[in-house]
Design a protein around this ligand. Structure first.
Ligand code: ZN
Length: 352
């Protein structure tokens, strides 16, 4: 719980929470948003009276709007899955102004806390409104059952503070948008240092490492609400991802693409690159292009495009507005990526 006019998240931590959830949804008409894999695994997890199941497809605004028209009446929406199921459940709950329960099946990003409605318009992110989760259920039986890559991935939404804090400091030193709040800056920085200190434990995935990530996400969400901005956690590393996503039209595991953004933007920022290379390796989240089904050329294109991309979108001021992305920087960044992270190519043969 934050200070003053805060928001209060109801988070239920524990094992075998299906019974608890069942008791809370009695006599409700439930919309459950999930995906096929999760549904096959957990269709018996909760006992529903009146249920419609919706499988995730897209965050594109027109597709979601059309999907919403096909839904039967419901009085409670539940998101069960990684990022997208939680975001889509949030959207439909917001549209009907109904309560929202979130059941993350992996801590792959901060979506369970996130309240802005972020829709895609031809791949571009627009924020439409807000919807707070009424209950979050963090069931360690489910979470520890997920492939490790997903739970490792969640570190990205706290490591992103490394590049975001740089951008925030840069923008406030230039008098662009937000004024630096030193106390918040220091609090975020010390949480970032704790996450970096514990990177090996987070990569191992345990109950305590999941709790560490959850506590970090909660802190970010509460401070975001209190201050009305998220510049301490979302900067150029996320903007790079939005640009890459718009260019490639692909769906990414958040931790892969954000960790890639953290690497590339740290290089542009000249921001403790050796340290961040070491930390990103130890997260055990692969970030070479083939691991996310893209090419070096896609990354190269996104790097050249993202300065223009941030200009035409209402993002906060960052290194991408500040420093031109030249071929020198792009080649340097791609070489570091290839040399340090890519097991599929011999050193210094950056493929075109
Ligand atoms: Zn994120």
């Amino acid at each position: 719980m934050g200070m003053g006019m805060g928001i209060q998240y109801q988070i239920n931590y524990g094992q075998d929470l299906g019974g608890l959830i069942t008791s809370k949804i009695q006599r409700h008409k439930v919309l459950l948003v999930t995906n096929q894999v999760i549904w096959e695994k957990y269709s018996e997890y909760i006992n529903f009276d009146d249920l419609q199941v919706l499988f995730t497809s897209s965050m594109e605004a027109d597709k979601l709007e059309a999907e919403h028209q096909t839904l039967r009446d419901f009085d409670l929406a539940i998101g069960m899955g990684g990022g997208m199921a939680l975001d889509i459940a949030k959207y439909h709950a917001w549209k009907n102004n109904k309560p929202l329960f979130q059941i993350p099946t992996a801590i792959s990003m901060d979506a369970m806390f996130s309240y802005p409605i972020a829709l895609r318009y031809q791949g571009k992110v627009r924020y439409m409104g807000e919807k707070f989760p009424d209950q979050i259920f963090c069931d360690f039986d489910i979470l520890l059952n997920a492939p490790k890559i997903y739970n490792r991935s969640g570190i990205c939404d706290l490591l992103s503070c490394h590049t975001a804090l740089f951008d925030w400091k840069l923008s406030s030193s230039l008098g662009k948008n937000r004024i630096m709040e030193q106390e918040l800056y220091n609090a975020v920085d010390s949480r970032l240092k704790e996450v970096i200190d514990k990177v090996d434990q987070i990569a191992e995935v345990s109950q305590s490492s999941i709790r560490l990530l959850m506590d970090g996400f909660q802190f970010v969400a509460e401070e975001n609400y209190r201050t009305g901005h998220c510049q301490f956690e979302e900067g150029s590393e996320h903007f790079f991802y939005y640009c890459l996503e718009a260019l490639t039209q692909k769906t990414f595991i958040h931790g892969q693409v954000i960790n890639l953004g953290i690497l590339l933007m740290s290089i542009l920022q000249d921001n403790q690159v050796a340290m961040i290379v070491d930390v990103l390796k130890r997260t055990k989240v692969p970030i070479y292009p083939e691991s996310m089904d893209i090419s070096y050329q896609d990354i190269e294109r996104a790097l050249y495009a993202c300065a223009g991309f941030v200009e035409e979108n209402p993002y906060s001021y960052s290194i991408l507005n500040h420093r031109p992305v030249t071929s020198l920087e792009v080649n340097n960044a791609l070489e570091i990526l290839q040399k340090e992270f890519d097991p599929t190519f011999p050193p210094n043969k950056f493929p075109k």
